[in-house]
Ligand binder design. Structure first.
Ligand code: GDP
Ligand code: MG
Length: 603
């Protein structure tokens, strides 16, 4: 295959979470003086506040470096740092479509873990050249020999091909550069077909410039003022700027085949652009799309509703803008009797859900109430119709249901063998079925379980971490829907069903679930002037009940002069404006009440 530009290398960095991807990226950026040392902070590519606070990478981050090799040639290295958590695998797979190679990092003190394996498979599927790198060799408990064996077992490479580095201390970085240049192929014409084509692998909304798309060019070139066609929807727009992705964006004359960079689009409607779409020049007719990505399948759903119903339109625009930057997010309008107009949103997993909610609040200033997560159910009705239920409130009447299916996952847990007992206990308490154990090395095992996804989305990760001192890692994939004995549990507050609190529970645990949620709701709902009964019901049957007692009258007795109390009332009113409360019937429910089910999981 002929190379287009033998001085370009496009590669991503992949690994299990915390194995040192972003830190290695720091060293590469530093060695190439891509960022002045003054501006270089740790994990510099993690530029979202959320990423810095949590110390995790959520987005893929592309950056271009100029590198002078020992052969005196100047190379352009386009690096993409990727997230390691299973919920963000879609980010990783899209980054790969822009690359020819991948640096597979393994922490020498931890060894191969769940996300090491699944990211490696993604990279192989994407036909990338893999460079295995053992990181953190400075750690006293690093075991280069044993972990090298694991890597050889995994990818079948030769020991001499495994690089050993300390990203923190900067050891071995020169060899990483050498290997990138010598082993990763320059971009080839593999995907060229005589047309100018670019694959959109990410995008975002810029308040001042509009929609910006990150592209990898496969054939031809793109220049400022070109008229573009989006292949999926035939929408046209003019490019107002093209450029490369340094830490800041730097405009250039054009982007040509093999290049990774950005275009500013002048698109007015943010919903026109879709990550995964192909751009071409409008004047070129009948251009085939580039192979895009797998469709994402949301696995976890939650309802989100603006606290102030006047914010609905704003909320909708915010979701559309956020979707530009988070292609895995899905949403559709939904009306809840209790919470009003909002959206039912789909996520790849519970962490993804949490991040989306936080980003909506921080980046778009939204004040939202969200409901507890649930999975989607397949319901076969008595009349043999199949109904997909993504919202427990929409579950058909039990009299009309023949069977309910729920999604199951295959979970791979990698752990030191001392924790096998704890993990067994946890998985069985979550209706898990043990499948098999494989020893990866002397005391490291992989356990396989089949589990209902619905049991994993609340607190499974935290429990897994706490019962293994943080040593176990989890990866899972969806396998199938199968029939379970499930029932819909409704919650009545002050006599009225609150649709946003309905949930689907297993029949064998319905009383247990009902009483737990009532107890938790009692904790969450503030006392008011009257008594508030909380009831859990299945159909017409009440299975649990709690009561929030009324406030005692004398609590509100005035102790100060009228002036002060009026002032205080005013203050309280202002405070309430910011608080996340919804009045349902005549009861004030705080956001925490809608998430009570998440807290009532403890045995
Ligand atoms: P990522 O999740 O793969 O991007 O990992 P990070 O780059 O965020 O690193 C996770 C943690 O490991 C951070 O606390 C780093 O400082 C630390 N770390 C990364 N590389 C090394 C290394 O070579 N040696 C040591 N001792 N710590 C490292
Ligand atoms: Mg990172």
């Amino acid at each position: 295959m002929t190379n287009i530009n033998k001085f370009v290398r496009n590669f991503c960095i992949i690994a299990h979470i915390d194995h040192g991807k972003s830190t290695l990226a720091d060293r590469l950026i530093e060695s190439t003086n891509t960022i002045s040392s003054k501006k270089l902070e740790n994990q510099v590519l993690d530029d979202m506040d959320l990423e810095r606070e949590r110390g995790i990478t959520i987005k893929s981050h592309p950056i271009q470096m100029d590198y002078t090799h020992s052969d005196n040639n100047k190379y352009i290295l386009n690096l993409i740092d990727t997230p390691g958590h299973v919920d963000f695998t879609y980010e990783v797979s899209r980054s790969m479509a822009a690359c020819e190679g991948a640096l597979l990092i393994v922490d020498a003190s931890q060894g191969v873990e769940a996300q090491t394996v699944s990211n490696l498979y993604l990279a192989l599927e994407a036909d990338l050249t893999i460079i295995p790198i053992l990181n953190k060799i400075d750690m006293p408990n690093s075991d280069v020999e044993a972990v090298s064996e694991q890597i050889i077992e995994l990818i079948g490479c030769h020991k001499s091909e495994i690089l050993t580095v300390s990203a923190k201390e900067g050891t071995g970085i020169d060899t990483v550069f050498d290997t990138i240049v010598n082993v990763i192929p320059a971009p080839t014409k593999k995907h060229e077909n005589g047309h100018s084509r670019g694959l959109i692998f990410d995008s975002f909304y810029d308040q001042f410039r509009g929609v910006v798309a990150y592209i990898r060019v496969f054939g031809g070139s793109f220049t400022k003022n070109d008229i573009i066609e989006l292949i999926s929807n035939k929408v046209n727009f003019e490019i107002t700027e093209v450029g490369k992705l340094k830490l800041e964006k730097v405009s250039t004359n054009n982007l040509s085949s093999g290049d990774v960079g950005y275009i500013v689009t002048s698109l007015k409607d943010v919903s026109d652009i879709n990550v995964g779409d192909t751009i071409s020049l409008k004047k070129e007719k009948e251009v085939e799309p580039l192979p895009g990505y797998k469709e994402v399948k949301p696995m976890v759903f939650s309802g989100m509703y603006p606290v102030d119903s006047n914010d609905y339109e704003d909320f909708k625009t915010s979701l559309l803008k956020l979707k530009l930057n988070d292609a895995a997010l899905t949403f559709e309008p939904n009306v809840s009797t209790a919470l009003g107009f909002g959206f039912r949103c789909g996520f790849l997993g519970p962490l993804h859900m949490e991040i989306v909610q936080e980003r909506l609040e921080r980046e778009f200033n939204m004040n939202l109430i969200s409901t507890a997560p649930n999975v989607s159910y397949k319901v076969i009705t008595r009349s043999k119709d199949e109904v997909i239920v993504k919202n427990p409130a929409d579950m058909p009447d039990s009299g009309n249901i023949e069977s309910i299916m729920e999604p199951y996952i295959k979970a791979e847990i990698i752990t030191p063998d001392t924790y096998i007992g704890n993990i067994m206990k946890l998985c069985i308490s979550k209706r898990g079925v043990f499948q098999s154990t494989t020893y990866l090395s002397q005391n490291k095992v992989q356990l396989n379980f089949i589990l209902p996804l619905g049991e994993v989305i609340y607190d499974f990760f935290e429990k897994l971490k706490s019962s293994t001192k943080g040593y176990a890692s989890l990866d899972y994939e969806f396998i199938d829907d199968s029939i379970s004995k499930l029932v819909k549990l409704d919650i009545k507050i002050n006599g009225d069903i609150v649709d946003a609190l309905s949930m689907i529970v297993h029949k064998d645990y319905d009383y247990q679930s009902g009483s737990k949620i009532c107890k938790q709701l009692k904790e969450e709902i503030p006392r008011q002037q009257f008594e508030i009964p909380i009831q859990a019901t299945i159909g017409a049957k009440i299975i649990a009940r709690e009561t929030v007692k009324a406030l005692r009258k004398n609590v509100t007795a005035k102790c100060y002069g009228g002036d002060i109390s009026r002032k205080r009332k005013l203050l309280e009113k202002q405070k309430k404006g910011k608080k996340r409360m919804k009045v349902v019937g005549n009861v004030e429910l705080p956001q925490s009440a809608f998430l009570a089910i998440l807290k009532s999981g403890d045995e």
